[in-house]
Design a protein around this ligand. Structure first.
Ligand SMILES: [Fe+2]
Ligand SMILES: [Fe+2]
Length: 373
């Protein structure tokens, strides 16, 4: 069994010093190469529909395509500062639930908080865009590495979906927002690990279950919060695809995991934990605080204590935990992953609905019900 040090490079999960010690030093790089250690697999078994659930998903995907250029109202005028200010106001103001006395933000005026809100949005959307490219690359890898024809078919539709997602986030950043951030170091480490792994199912686990599970929850949160109609619709369209992608992961891995040994399952549990921690680390937005020119550690310590922040942080795991449970990942090997999820405070989602049961609700045209059981 691996130690925390081996899995995430530090013994204490909450060691802020160590988390902030990891930063992106390649800010100007344009090309980033990762060694893909997997074999490309051909199958000569072309019988379609051997896995009926995957076949159904594939047929659905074919008729659910949308066009990022023509289906979204790009002529919407977006006043970013106004939107950011409105959204903050709806939550009681920027510093509603935080006591800034004696902190680096003590003397910030409304304008400075507004600047922070704008940077924060630029950062968030930039990271979504980078994550979407991660999904694009990973799904192309799944087309190559998965041995089942139904899964190759489905994954190929996801490649198209992800291209569209990268495209719309990039366009939104470029034409409606006011700045761009390079990929966050924690997110990059995770994407590198997923792409570099030689085992085909690890791509699914890292991307479809962990990264996309988190994205589905985060997009849902932002979709609910934002008052900006273009972003709202963009997120709604992306979510309709993401729900299928997560379901693809759960359906594929469920079958595969049923026949794995305890030792093999432990490797998957450890990988899920590593991914969970990396994603939690990335949401600290350390680059935004750097850009705001305040001591990063102090600022993050303060923000992490606020109820809104803690709530958001937990909600990010509302899709991941039930899906891990469905895959049998929580309780194998003496409840190894259950204990880790308890440590990071997200186990309470275990009985929420899993994505294979709800993905059809996300189809365009349906009203989205609030997250829950
Ligand atoms: Fe996506
Ligand atoms: Fe996706």
């Amino acid at each position: 069994m691996s130690t925390n040090e081996e899995l995430i490079g530090r013994e204490d999960i909450n060691d802020l010093e160590a988390i902030l010690g990891i930063t992106n030093t390649d800010r100007d790089e344009v090309i980033h190469a990762v060694k893909d250690n997997a074999e490309a697999i051909f199958t000569w078994d072309y019988e379609k529909g051997q896995r009926p659930a995957l076949n159904r998903l594939y047929e659905k995907a074919k008729v659910s395509m949308w066009n990022g250029e023509t289906d979204l109202p790009w002529d919407t005028v977006v006043d970013q500062e106004k939107v950011v200010a409105e959204n903050a106001l709806a939550n009681g103001g920027f510093d509603a639930d935080v006591d800034v006395a004696g902190t680096p933000m003590e003397h910030w005026d409304e304008l400075k908080w507004l600047e922070f809100g704008v940077e924060s949005q630029n950062w968030m959307l930039s990271q979504f865009m980078h994550g979407e490219q991660g999904a694009l690359v990973c799904t192309a890898k799944i087309v190559e590495t998965v041995p089942w024809i139904d899964a190759k078919y489905y994954a190929s539709t996801q490649v198209m979906d992800e291209a569209r997602h990268v495209e719309v986030f990039a366009k939104y950043l470029d034409t409606k927002l006011s700045g761009y951030y390079p990929v966050n170091a924690h997110l990059k480490m995770l994407l590198d690990d997923i792409v570099g792994d030689s085992r085909w199912d690890m791509t699914y686990l890292g991307m479809q279950i962990m990264v996309e599970g988190l994205a589905l929850a985060a997009f849902g949160f932002m979709h609910q919060m934002t008052t900006e109609p273009l972003l709202k619709q963009l997120l709604r369209y992306v979510m309709s695809d993401e729900a299928r992608h997560v379901a693809f992961g759960v359906l594929s891995l469920k079958e595969f995991y049923e026949q794995l040994s305890d030792a093999e399952m432990l490797e998957r549990q450890e990988f899920a934990f590593e991914a969970a921690v990396r994603m939690r680390d990335r949401f600290m937005q350390q680059e935004v605080w750097e850009r705001m020119d305040v001591p990063v550690k102090e600022a993050i310590e303060l923000v992490m204590r606020t109820p809104t922040r803690q709530m958001f942080q937990m909600m990010l795991f509302s899709k991941i935990v039930p899906n891990c449970k469905k895959l049998g990942l929580l309780d194998r090997n003496d409840k190894w992953l259950r204990h880790r999820f308890e440590e990071i405070g997200v186990i309470q989602f275990e009985d929420w609905v899993d994505t294979t049961d709800e993905y059809e609700n996300f189809a365009l045209g349906n009203d989205l019900a609030p997250a829950g059981h």
